[in-house]
Design a protein around this ligand. Structure first.
Ligand code: ADP
Length: 205
């Protein structure tokens, strides 16, 4: 399948829906790769990704927001998962979220030492999440900007990794069930970084 053109990509690439709870995906007129600015817990899609920690038992940032919105049943399922290694991913149901599934992935804690390992681990978060979504026959996956909050990964470096992994997956797995990959940003700064870098990875045809 063809990678979307720049025109397609930016047709409705940035959607502000913070004020619209449980924003239904179909009304977003999304293309295969999209950028969404707002709260990931409000998306109504097949799967959202949680930037979790190794315990999978909840934390701050997007992890806290997802657990708060999904409810206690999520924590119960997570207790049975025995944690998760950095760079790996595990799937649960979405419980009270509008999204059906949650893919929990554990990003690296950034440090300027051993950047190559950190980069490989972050790339692995995206790759294993995409693989898990495809294996679970899911049609959509929405990613927050993994590791760039509390875990301190520089946003530009992390965005290059995210876009590269998704492009790679979309280009090499044309038969996968994934129809839509949505990058979810919270801040204006992160949105600007994604808007700048998206055309490098999903160029106009
Ligand atoms: P990490 O520990 O992996 O760094 P954080 O949750 O601290 O994860 O941050 C990851 C990104 O998620 C940050 O860009 C943060 O602004 C963003 N974020 C926090 N809450 C939400 C939310 N409800 N929806 C979408 N993104 C969020």
């Amino acid at each position: 399948e063809k990678i979307p053109t720049l025109a397609q990509l930016f047709k409705l690439a940035v959607i502000k829906a913070v004020e619209k709870p449980k924003f239904p995906i179909d009304s977003m007129l999304l293309d295969r790769i999209s950028l969404f600015q707002g709260d990931i817990t409000q998306l109504s899609v097949d799967s959202i990704v949680n930037a979790a920690n190794k315990s999978l038992l909840g934390g701050g940032g997007v992890d806290g927001a997802i657990h708060a919105a999904a409810g206690k049943d999520l924590l119960d399922e997570c207790r049975g998962l025995n944690g998760c290694e950095t760079g790996e991913s595990k799937v649960t149901k979405g419980y009270r979220l509008p999204s059906k599934h949650i893919i929990h992935t554990v990003g690296p804690i950034y440090s300027s030492r051993d950047i190559e390992t950190k980069a490989a681990q972050l790339a692995s978060c995206y790759r294993t999440s995409l693989e898990l979504a495809a294996k679970s026959s899911l049609k959509h996956i929405a990613f927050p900007s993994i590791s760039t909050g509390i875990y301190g990964y520089p946003i530009k470096d992390a965005t290059h990794i995210a876009l590269n992994e998704v492009r790679q997956f979309v280009a090499t797995e044309p038969g996968s069930t994934l129809e839509r990959v949505i990058f979810v940003v919270w801040s204006n700064k992160d949105r600007d970084v994604y808007q700048d870098l998206l055309p490098e990875y999903f160029p106009p045809s």
